[in-house]
Design a protein around this ligand. Structure first.
Ligand code: HEC
Length: 191
């Protein structure tokens, strides 16, 4: 009897500390989850800190532009659309959005890509890029053209190939070329 009872008694004793219920057992992990969720919600909605905000800031004229060039064909809030929007910001407001790569300021008479190019030129440039350049004696990519303009006319610095300052200009050009239905090698006069 004694032997039989004692293991039983032990069992009950072991259950004893857990008697606060399942809640007590989960309190720690739940607190951790709540803390993480709280941080994410704060970061997203409350903090106002830029890197936590997925949206590209909306520069003047963007809504008009996205409508005129059918950017929403690529989704109203896709990665592509956001990149195109960033490309738009860079192209029209270079000193503000491409600050790291230009010495031009809003005070200069020509301070943005748009001061010398139309966005449609950019699209034609895109479908005619990656061609042999007789002057340089080699093929030149669209990206290199963009880099050259940061360094030369923008009196600035050369972004790396992978920098959004180059990549998003390409995506902007692609969006506009898509809207104009330009095929590879299309020329302005249609020939
Ligand atoms: C001061 C005028 C000026 C500014 C500002 C300027 N560019 Fe250019 N860009 C030129 C000229 C001139 C050429 C032709 C250069 C050549 O053929 O070697 C050119 C060529 C290009 C090309 C090659 C395709 C084409 O149309 O010939 C691209 C792409 C380009 N620029 C993008 C840009 C971008 C992006 C910016 C802003 C970061 C920019 N440019 C700013 C003057 C400018």
């Amino acid at each position: 009897m004694d032997r039989a009872e004692s293991p039983h008694g032990k069992d009950r004793k072991q259950q004893g500390p857990g008697a606060g219920g399942p809640l007590r057992q989960w309190a720690k992990p739940l607190a951790a989850v709540a803390a993480i969720a709280g941080f994410v919600l704060w970061a997203y909605f409350g903090s106002g800190i830029k890197p936590f905000r997925p949206q590209v800031s909306s520069a003047p004229g963007w809504q008009q532009f996205r409508a005129s060039y059918g950017v929403d064909d690529f989704g109203t809030d896709s990665y592509f659309t956001r990149a195109a929007q960033h490309g738009y910001n860079l192209f029209y407001f270079t000193p503000e959005y491409g600050r790291r790569f230009t010495r031009k300021t809003a005070g200069d008479s020509v301070h943005s890509c748009a001061g010398c190019h139309t966005v449609e030129d950019l699209a034609y440039g895109f479908v005619n890029s990656d061609r042999f350049d007789a002057g340089l004696g080699r093929r030149v990519s669209f990206e290199e053209r963009v880099m050259r303009c940061y360094a030369g006319p923008m009196d600035g610095f050369i972004p790396t190939l992978y920098d959004p300052a180059v990549r998003d200009i390409r995506i902007l050009a692609r969006a506009v070329a898509h809207h104009l239905q330009l095929s590879e090698g299309a020329r302005r006069n249609g020939s």
